[in-house]
Design a protein around this ligand. Structure first.
Ligand code: SAH
Length: 546
């Protein structure tokens, strides 16, 4: 079949949409074309670079009619550098785009048709926010390149400025660049796995101004390290200079061995008044201003009163755990990286927090085991998984634990939507969604969601009704608690008061329709599944109620 466009030919096109990677989308004679850097409502000239049966890709050649939302990027290399995808869009429009992206995912993947999302919470100044950068080093001894990888490649775009970094980084990079050239220290060559210096990692404590420089090398020793130290330690705030050995042929930036060549082993920063020690290998959120907003939202959603048991799953170095521990009875954190758990324990101690405990392991192993062995209970479960979302085994166990609230923090709204749908099939309802812009100028989004347990709510209502209302003769024969116990013992099912009330009503034991009506009329009403209905009926029979 002949396509309406040909590769390597130029066309004019109107852009009418924007995709999830920030690319412009339009049609040429009904054929969809994706164009990086183009915006909706723009008339553009495009070169077709790749064609597939259903759609193709174009290179933006010229903007014939620009969008009112287009702005000039701050970075001169913004178009080439793969770090930012949205620098050419006004910040307000970036926030609106992020809100829409999350809403679309929740609707299309999660099946939530009535989600109310407030506008994405953005930064007042959406620049120079990153407390950590990892810069690849390449080029030659005489012409060292330090910068960022170009989009979808490992070609280094040499840059002496990046508008997302702290300005002090520029000074550090220039000192290192001059040092490498002066002492003829070879930059790493990925293709041949030769050369010494692979990456420069810089971390800065936002509230403390403490700086860490980590030289990642393909070897055991950085020559003339004392010279570099002498030059770097003149920078105000320099706290830690370390060398990390990574001799593996891999894309992973850091190796396992780190040696401190000057100053301390780690730097410190604070979030919400809690101090954290950060080592080169620890995961720590990169936007400290917005981390506060993110964690505060999680805390607001958890609505703690000092009596709750909280699980913080995928807890990293315990940042959310310690934030929540201040207002909970106890917090239990689980994280797969043992070093992060060691840091979490140290951080708890250093801050005098005694009601937080931590264990290393995969959340999907640890939590089901603890539920099985110790009937682990929790009032609130917080999850903050990596992009791939939560394992189904873990979600199943959360459904069994039945916390009153689940607070889901996510860096990928597609897997978030998938997991929320799973949790909200029956027991939970999506109450609130808040999008926080942790990564201005890029397509990445962080979302916090609050789920509440429908059964827990109705359980309370039923109990209140029990006191208030006269019971029928049949009902007097067994309490809700006795029925639940009977069902659990004989079938292993946990059934809610709501389900019992529904079955009772079906059997004509009660007429009071308010049992199964939630207080708010718009609440989604879970219906007792057939297998549980059968189990409840058997219990009613056993107690002579039917
Ligand atoms: N809540 C933390 C960390 C979130 S990042 C913070 O805000 O800083 C996600 C974390 O999940 C990482 O620390 C990663 O190491 C951890 N992780 C990845 N897979 C995991 C699993 N299966 N079980 C537990 N933790 C896991």
């Amino acid at each position: 079949m002949k396509l309406p466009v040909e590769k390597n030919k130029m066309y004019e096109m109107y852009v009418d949409d924007i995709g999830i990677h920030g690319e412009g989308i339009g049609k040429i004679d009904g054929y969809t074309v994706f164009v990086e850097g183009a915006l909706p409502k723009e008339q553009i000239q495009v070169l077709i670079v790749k064609t597939k049966k259903q759609f193709g890709y174009g290179k933006l050649l010229k903007i014939l009619q620009p969008s009112p939302k287009r702005v000039t990027p701050k970075c001169p290399v913004a178009e080439k550098c793969g770090g930012c995808q949205l620098q050419h869009i006004s910040y307000d429009s970036q926030l609106a785009w992020k809100t829409k992206k999350v809403k679309d995912h929740l609707e299309r993947i999660g099946g939530f048709s009535d989600v109310k999302i407030e506008q994405t919470r953005g930064m007042e100044v959406p620049w120079a926010y990153r407390n950590k950068v990892q810069l690849p080093v390449g080029g030659t001894v005489d012409d060292v390149k330090i910068g960022f990888y170009a989009n979808r490649s490992h070609r280094i775009i040499d840059t002496d400025c990046c508008a997302l970094q702290y300005p002090v980084n520029q000074k550090i990079v220039e000192i290192i660049r001059a040092f490498l050239q002066e002492y003829h220290i070879a930059p790493y060559q990925e293709e041949t796995h030769t050369g010494l210096v692979r990456h420069i990692l810089i971390r800065v404590g936002y509230h403390t101004n403490e700086i860490m420089v980590c030289m990642v090398i393909n070897g055991n020793k950085l020559p003339y390290a004392d010279v570099l130290v002498e030059r770097l330690c003149n920078i105000e705030g320099m706290t830690s200079i370390v060398v990390n050995e990574n001799k593996a042929k891999t894309n992973v930036i850091l190796g396992n061995r780190t040696t401190t060549i000057w100053g301390q082993d780690c730097i410190h920063d604070t979030i919400g008044g809690i101090s954290f020690a950060i080592s080169p290998l620890s995961f720590y959120q990169v936007n400290p201003v917005q981390t506060n907003v993110l964690y505060q939202t999680a805390l607001d959603f958890a609505d703690l009163h000092g009596t709750e048991t909280v699980l913080d799953l995928y807890c990293g170095i315990g940042t959310i755990s310690l934030f929540l521990a201040q207002q909970a009875k106890s917090v239990f954190g689980v994280e797969i990286v043992p070093e992060a758990i060691a840091d979490a324990k140290k951080n708890a101690m250093a801050n005098g927090i005694q009601n937080a405990s931590f264990v290393a392991g995969a959340a999907e192993d640890v939590i089901p085991k603890l539920y099985e062995i110790q009937q682990l209970q929790a009032d609130v479960v917080v999850v903050d998984p990596p992009r791939k979302g939560c394992d189904a085994t873990l979600l199943d166990t959360i459904l069994q634990i039945r916390p009153k609230k689940v607070v889901y923090v996510s860096c990928d709204s597609a897997t978030l939507a998938r997991d929320l749908q799973y949790l909200c099939k029956e027991q939970y309802r999506l109450e609130q969604v808040c999008v926080v812009d942790m990564f201005p100028q890029t397509v990445h989004v962080e979302t916090v969601c609050l789920l509440s347990n429908l059964n827990a709510k109705q359980h309370i209502e039923v109990d209140i009704h029990m006191d208030e209302l006269d019971l029928t003769d049949a009902e007097k024969k067994a309490t809700y608690g006795e029925i639940k116990e009977y069902v659990l013992e004989h079938t292993g099912f946990k059934v809610s008061s709501l389900y019992i009330a529904q079955v009772k009503q079906k059997c004509g034991i009660i007429e009071r329709e308010n049992y199964n009506k939630p207080k708010s009329e718009d609440a989604r009403q879970p219906q007792c599944p057939p297998d549980k209905e059968k189990a409840i009926m058997n219990a009613l029979r056993n107690f002579g109620m039917i």
